[in-house]
Design a protein around this ligand. Sequence first.
Ligand SMILES: Cc1cc2nc3c(=O)[nH]c(=O)nc-3n(C[C@H](O)[C@H](O)[C@H](O)COP(=O)(O)O)c2cc1C
Length: 283
Amino acid sequence: MTTPLNAPTIAKIFRTIAQSRYSTKRFQPSTSIPSYTLQDILRTTLTSPSGFNLQPTNVILVDSQKIKKNLSQNAMLGMGNMYRAVDASTLAVFLSDFEPQKRISKIVELEQLSNSRVPGYMATLSVASSFLLGEGSAATFFKQVATNAMSPLKPMPTIDPVECWSYKNTSLVAQTYVLAATSHGLATCIMEGFDARRVKEILDIPDRYGVPMIIATGYEYVGEGTENELKRSPRLDFEDVFFRNTFGELFKEDHLHEDNTTQSQLNGDDNASENTAQSFKSM
Ligand SMILES: Cc1cc2nc3c(=O)[nH]c(=O)nc-3n(C[C@H](O)[C@H](O)[C@H](O)COP(=O)(O)O)c2cc1C
């Protein structure tokens, strides 16, 4: 990869973005996101990875006050989500396709046009994807039985219901979206507290899609009483989350420095990073 920035600087920028994200509880009403900002966020969101590159996600950007109000009053659960739905500039409604096999022909066409794959990739794509993405719970069940039986003999794919597969892919798109929005200084709150049946009806979403989350996006409310609010939520300890080699084996942070990586190498040179952060802001 060629880049004018050195690796520690890029890492520092990314770390700053990731660490500055938190779920915003209250949004500034009557605001809108500049169209070039939204375009940049959405273009970055498009870079998200997906299984077989099938891209089983769609996103509806709701900025109509009338529709946000309708969602708030008729589909959101809990007062917090109701307020956020109406006050946020835009609601990004994430959809997961439960019939992703219907996308295969378009993706095959895209892949052929881009000509970016190693020889043989296209052949594995149609076999592998049709194996993993059959329709219905009966198909999933039979594939699970078959692959469980074969697994002691040779590695077989783990068959999850298509809903899991599709939600898994959409979650990665959602995270890219959130971090891209954060990089523009926008506030976000991922929400699963809503009645998806009602959301589907209000937004005219076809049956084949699930709605795993709605991401309120906009500007944080700043006003009396919000200055001292605790924004950062707690996280488990490093050792509670990361294991080394096998499940449960401690992965201590000191293990990471066995290769002599120093903290300053990890953080990058501060002056260089500040300069880059400035130019990054104007990008
Ligand atoms: C899948 C998912 C669903 C969530 N649903 C809601 C929600 O409906 N309402 C809400 O206020 N926060 C919701 N959150 C935000 C979480 O409460 C929040 O991410 C968590 O407490 C960690 O805090 P942080 O995002 O500020 O780091 C959701 C987060 C995720 C990832």
